[in-house]
Design a protein around this ligand. Structure first.
Ligand SMILES: [Zn+2]
Ligand SMILES: [Zn+2]
Length: 341
């Protein structure tokens, strides 16, 4: 257990309202944080607080007032968990820790909840602003490198999609024994269908990536025409669908084994249930996607990396400056190749 000085729960309860009033006049940025730290004690004058908090006790309540909810003071367990994370990563800015946590980092989020157990609007807006900034940077750097966009890239729209990939990296597609996923190679790309409600076109140059899970029923089969390919008996494999001009490439990875299979136009590959597919929202297909392109991969305690640097590398690919070799390793390249600008 790590311990950092904390305000008493009932004291925090008492000062929460005046703290919020002061916080709403400030932006949830480093300078907003600094001015609120300087002003907070004034805001508490007249409250029946046991003992005025010290600056280090104040940092977390201040960050929470800038990025959290208006409805109620943060629950004691939220405060305790955040204190623990801040103690484990003393170099991290409290705003970074609170932004990430508010978006679902280091906890389980109740997806439809609107309280402290859900995702917090202000934290999401802060992450959105960060992502939008690096999408804008990337577009400018690409233009400087001579890339011509057919029209001005929509940075806000790209950020809308990318923050979801960062904080909710998977969506689950369970198939029962009567269902199957069909991948059809077409001249426009790869058509993926499953039942009536899941149908999408992967344009040439883009990918779709699935984690394939199965249990008692044994490994699922991939069928192309007469040929059947049984998946490795491992309990998880990764299925990558890469659409190319006049060809769809299917790559199946289990452990360190990899199988590749090609579909020509109008050929269909069938993956029969029962099987559970985790559809990876980030379709970069890179083997380090999980650690680089998911908010859960931000480890301020292990590596002293700010949330901004983490997001910058996630969006634009690793490295300080954008290079043609590293940009395709980022989330933005995968997004643009799949969805357009
Ligand atoms: Zn501990
Ligand atoms: Zn990725």
């Amino acid at each position: 257990m790590h311990r950092t000085p904390a305000m008493r729960d009932d004291d925090l309860e008492r000062v929460w309202k005046p703290l919020l009033v002061a916080a709403r006049k400030l932006p949830p940025t480093g300078s907003g944080f600094d001015s609120l730290m300087a002003r907070a004690l004034d805001a508490f004058a007249g409250t029946s607080i046991e003992r005025f908090p010290t600056a280090s006790e104040l940092a977390l309540p201040v960050a929470l007032s800038l990025l959290g909810l208006d409805t109620s003071a943060p629950p004691a367990e939220v405060v305790a968990t955040l204190q623990h994370h801040m103690a484990a990563a003393p170099a991290a800015h409290p705003l970074d820790v609170v932004t990430a946590y508010g978006c679902g980092w280091a906890r389980r989020v109740a997806p439809t909840a609107t309280g402290w157990d859900g995702r917090w609007d202000r934290a999401q807006a802060a992450l959105h602003a960060l992502v939008a900034r690096f999408v804008g940077d990337a577009a400018k750097q690409l233009e400087r490198a001579g890339i011509r966009f057919p029209y001005e890239p929509d940075t806000a729209f790209a950020a809308d999609l990318l923050i979801i990939r960062l904080y909710r990296p998977l969506s689950t597609l369970p198939l029962d024994e009567a269902q199957a996923l069909y991948i059809t190679c077409t001249e426009d790309g790869a058509q993926v269908t499953c039942g009536e409600d899941h149908e999408e076109l992967i344009p040439a140059g883009a990918k779709a990536v699935y984690d394939v899970r199965h249990d008692k029923a044994g490994p699922p089969r991939l069928r192309r025409g007469e040929n059947t390919l049984t998946l490795a008996p491992d309990h998880a494999s990764v299925l990558r669908v890469t659409a190319m001009d006049l060809e769809t490439r299917i790559t199946l990875t289990a452990g360190n084994r990899e199988k590749t299979l090609k579909l020509a136009p109008s050929e269909i590959l069938e993956l029969a249930g029962p099987v559970t597919l985790d559809v990876l929202e980030c379709t970069c297909g890179h083997w380090r996607c999980a650690e680089r392109h998911r908010l859960s991969g931000w480890q301020p305690d292990a590596a002293e990396i700010s949330l901004a640097s983490f997001v910058a590398s996630a969006v634009k690919g690793p490295g300080r400056t954008l290079r043609t070799g590293t940009f395709p390793q980022g989330m933005l390249f995968a997004l643009w190749s799949r969805e357009g600008f």
